[in-house]
Design a protein around this ligand. Structure first.
Ligand code: S3P
Length: 450
């Protein structure tokens, strides 16, 4: 949001080849978790590569409000002096998580087993999102909460006095819910168990182990997972190196694939298998996308991605069981699909309806306005590809306070015949504050417009 609350519109014009190196910021999911686990350890945790986007900065503020000392040094290194498991203090005022579902849901979990009252709120998008999916399992630990209907924010949570561990089967594929339960389990005596039918991103599990928690993960043959955490560990402070965010890398990568003559390198991208579904899908479509210099950094697999213009991409049916590993990438995939030949069908994506916006609806409306045919059902949508240079463009799209919708349509404009305009570029700062300069440096033609 611009100064004085006026949303800053922006337009994107067809551009020449994209070239160069795109250093995208740190991973949003890992950044939230590093701050929260740092705050729950006794001593100093340092974090390099933290994403300094609004969502994560709101989590940093929340950790301060709960009693941790969180500072940033001039060289960009963050430091968290934690209060230990069960050590959170009751905040003096409301915790505002802005636009961040991950921030609020993880923090709710982290406070649910400490006997303090915490009131949470957010922006219009966050206050419209379902929180019952988190408050229901947290009640099993003994926490109480009172919010609006379906537990919507603003909401007050009163953490359990004498927490009891929970055994919870996730009714939806959600890493946020899983993580909320695990973070609550930290201050409950005995074993907390979370069962998930499909593997969702596992950064919380990896990082809990790194901080010294006793946690085991059992992978079943059918792809389901059981996670068991022993409560009340003493978490040991760490130095966390945050890999660069694959969900942010998706934008320069996809822009290069659809823009004539492009060749872009996106170094140091986290390729945790629970996050890398988009890149697999793009390669299935025939994208010229390679992994170079594969390695491990900070407990996560990492590689440099090289993306080149790929005019012969073909539409496919994306396997439904890949949805969890690319859940935030469907908006940008549907942009790429518009420039492929044939139709791309995306089944099993009901969760897209409850993200920062209803992303199926937002993408379908915006793509149709720009001349692309989209069909949709409750939990699927399909995009009729027009081929490499045949997307008309020319429309203004509503972004509904959703950063990924905003960035996706700016990418559409880079290869469509007429410019594409978005009504509000403000939300991009929640996850990718350097998107505009980074994309311009590669060759994008964005214009702040009215
Ligand atoms: C996230 C999990 C996903 C994802 C979100 C980040 C996380 O949400 O969409 O952007 O960091 O745990 P769900 O867990 O609700 O699917």
């Amino acid at each position: 949001m611009a100064a004085h609350g006026t949303p800053p519109p922006m337009s994107s014009h067809r551009c020449g080849p994209l070239t160069g190196v795109a250093n995208v910021p740190g991973d949003k999911s890992i950044s939230h978790r590093a701050l929260i686990l740092g705050a729950l350890s006794v001593g100093e945790t340092t974090i390099s590569g933290l994403l300094e986007g609004d969502d994560v900065l709101d989590t940093a503020k929340a950790m301060r409000a709960l009693g941790a000392e969180v500072t940033r040094s001039e060289n960009g290194l963050w430091s968290v002096h934690g209060v230990g498991v069960g050590g959170f203090a009751e905040p003096d005022s409301v915790i505002d998580c802005g636009n961040s579902g991950t921030g609020v849901r993880l923090i709710m979990g982290a406070v649910a087993t400490t006997p303090i009252a915490v009131t949470f709120t957010g922006d219009t998008s966050l206050n419209g999102r379902p929180m019952g999916r988190v408050t229901t399992p947290l009640e099993a630990f003994g926490a109480r909460s009172c919010g609006r209907s379906e537990g919507r924010l603003p909401l007050t949570m009163i953490g359990a006095e004498d927490a009891i561990p929970a055994d919870y089967t996730l009714p939806v594929a959600s890493a946020q819910v899983k993580s909320a339960v695990l973070l609550a389990g930290l201050n409950a005596p005995g074993q907390t168990v979370v069962r998930e039918a499909v593997a969702t991103r596992d950064h919380t599990e990896r990082m809990l182990k790194l901080f010294g928690a006793d946690l085991t993960v059992t992978d079943e043959e059918d792809g389901s997972r059981t996670i068991t955490l022993t409560g009340q560990p003493e978490l040991v402070p760490q130095h966390i190196i945050v890999p660069r965010d694959p969900s942010s890398a998706a934008f320069p990568v996809c822009a290069a694939l659809i823009t004539e003559g492009s060749d872009v390198l996106v170094p140091g991208i986290g390729l945790n298998p629970t996050r890398a579904g988009l890149f697999e899908t793009l390669r299935d479509m025939g994208a010229d996308l390679t992994y170079e210099n594969e390695r491990e950094e900070g407990g996560e697999p990492v590689a440099d991605l090289r993306a080149r213009h790929s005019p012969t991409m073909k539409g496919i049916e994306v396997p439904a069981d890949r949805a969890a590993s690319m859940i935030d990438e469907y908006p940008i995939l549907s942009v790429v699909a518009s420039f492929a030949t044939g139709s791309t069908t995306m089944p099993g994506v009901h969760e897209l309806r409850v993200k920062e916006s209803d992303r199926i609806d937002a993408m379908a409306k915006g793509l149709r306005l720009n001349g692309v045919t989209v069909e949709e059902g409750e939990d699927w949508f399909s995009v009729e590809g027009l081929g490499p240079s045949a997307v008309p463009g020319g429309a203004t799209v509503r972004t509904h306070l959703d950063h990924r919708i905003a960035m996706s349509f700016l990418i559409l404009g880079m290869a469509s015949q007429k410019p594409v305009k978005i009504d509000d570029s403000g939300p991009i700062a929640t996850s990718f504050p350097i998107f505009d300069p980074l994309m311009r440096e590669l060759g994008a033609r964005f214009e702040a417009s009215r």
